[in-house]
Design a protein around this ligand. Structure first.
Ligand code: NDP
Ligand code: MG
Length: 390
């Protein structure tokens, strides 16, 4: 069997680091390319350690700086810069696998390039699928790409379905679990004053800042509902949200005979990452199994839509035309960035997104360029609304 070769889009992030940790343990992949946006120092270190053929950065100056340092240290890694370079390393003929782990809609073009080139695409970048939906899934079918879910819930559902994305008539419903994040028990009145640090302090998972805020608002679960509907080809009303504060059960599938199959494990992304890297086999991930006798409690509850208004909004958007999901995602990215970096009050994340989704004129989206143009439009509208709020 020929060796597998991987490009990691977003190598300096949280998923990137977990992927490299798993790869280091198994050593059955060549590393073709590692990419980052602005973390030049971190990318330089990764290049010296993992010796990829290419490294990609967002900006020319940073690219030149690491290229010089790499040459000085005798490295043969070639440094490329910019959005076209991301697409190139995601679709190069030598590449068999692409880990799509850039955060946000900027990950869509290179992830889509990997799909069109028929790669095995390991999908962490849920925003890409939420934005491109049917266009993305049609391209997967046409190119014969293999799409494997990294997101822990979707990876769990995939395993519960017997390593398949096909939901037959024997499936009654999918139970999409979520911890409820850091504000599950915070008195609703005090949510007005929470800070980015409070929001990023997730009880169970260690993740990048954007997805941490998404977990606090539970927009993450909303995006995951849309992601699951596309991945498994089911209407959103076949998927239920279930709060499970311990994050041990990563999601479940209920069959018509009453059987419920759950996938369980530590809340550690190395498990789903190892699963998709080794698929259809298994490999060690470095994560220990569960000590059931020591688990104090496994509890479940239905979510409170007043506390988490974005759950209701995402559910509505899931059955609307694709442009609504693009607007939902774009407004969320901008509002979360404004909360993290520009003092937007926490509760205005949800109100801003609601406004954008209801105000933006609807449009039929037929190709990726349509999606990217509409994404741009939604971001402009969000910027306008955020600036008139001051
Ligand atoms: P991080 O913020 O930790 O990492 C993001 C990565 O994307 C970094 O390598 C970053 O580079 C790169 N990046 C950011 N902006 C750009 C840009 N404009 N162009 C190119 N690259 C860019 O995010 P996570 O690893 O937490 O999440 C990655 C994706 O995986 C997200 O879509 C998230 O929803 C999903 N996911 C994450 C989980 C987790 O546990 N973390 C779980 C399930 C899904 P740089 O360092 O230079 O900024
Ligand atoms: Mg998830």
């Amino acid at each position: 069997m020929s060796r597998k070769s991987i490009t990691i889009l977003g190598a300096t992030g949280s998923i990137g680091a977990s992927t490299l940790a798993v790869l280091e343990a198994s050593r059955d992949f060549d590393i073709y390319a590692l990419t980052a946006h602005q973390s030049a120092e971190e990318l330089l270190e990764l290049c010296l350690r993992y010796k990829p053929r290419f490294a990609v950065l967002g900006a020319e100056a940073a690219g030149q700086q690491i290229a010089t340092s790499l040459r000085a240290q005798g490295s043969r890694t070639e440094v490329l810069v910019g959005a076209e370079a991301l697409k190139r390393v995601a679709s190069a003929p030598e590449v068999t696998h692409v880990m799509a782990a850039i955060v946000g809609g900027v990950g869509l073009p290179p992830t889509f390039a990997a799909v069109q080139a028929g790669k095995t695409v390991l999908l962490a970048n849920k925003e890409a699928l939420v934005m491109a939906g049917s266009i993305f899934m049609t391209a997967v079918e046409r190119s014969n790409a293999k799409l494997l879910p990294v997101d822990s819930e979707h990876n769990a559902i995939f395993q519960c379905l017997g390593q398949s994305t096909t939901v037959g008539p024997s499936v009654n419903r999918i139970l999409l679990t979520g911890s409820g994040g850091p504000f599950l028990r915070t008195p609703i009145d005090s949510l007005a004053d929470v800070t980015p640090e409070d929001a990023c302090r997730h009880p169970n998972w260690d993740m990048g800042r954007k997805i941490s805020v998404d977990s606090a608002t539970m927009m993450n679960k909303g995006l995951e509902l849309i992601e699951a509907a596309w991945l498994f080809g089911v209407p959103a009303d076949k998927i239920e949200f279930l709060i499970h504060p311990q994050s041990i059960v990563h999601s479940m599938v209920e069959f018509i005979d009453g059987s419920v199959v759950a996938q369980m494990g530590q809340p550690d992304m190395r498990t789903p990452i190892a699963h998709v890297l080794a698929y259809p086999d298994r490999q060690v991930s470095g994560v220990s199994g569960l000590d059931f006798a020591a688990l104090a409690d496994l509890s479940f509850e239905t979510p409170d839509y007043q506390r988490f208004p974005l759950l209701g909004l995402a559910r509505r958007v899931a059955s609307e035309p694709l442009c609504q999901a693009v607007a939902l995602n774009a407004a969320n990215e901008m509002a979360v960035a404004a909360f993290l970096d520009a003092g937007l009050p926490y509760r205005e994340i949800a109100t801003t997104i609601e406004q954008v989704v209801s105000l933006i004129p609807r449009k039929e989206l037929l190709c990726i360029d349509d999606v990217l143009d509409y994404d741009h439009e939604a971001r402009s509208l969000t910027t306008e609304l955020l600036s008139t709020d001051d």
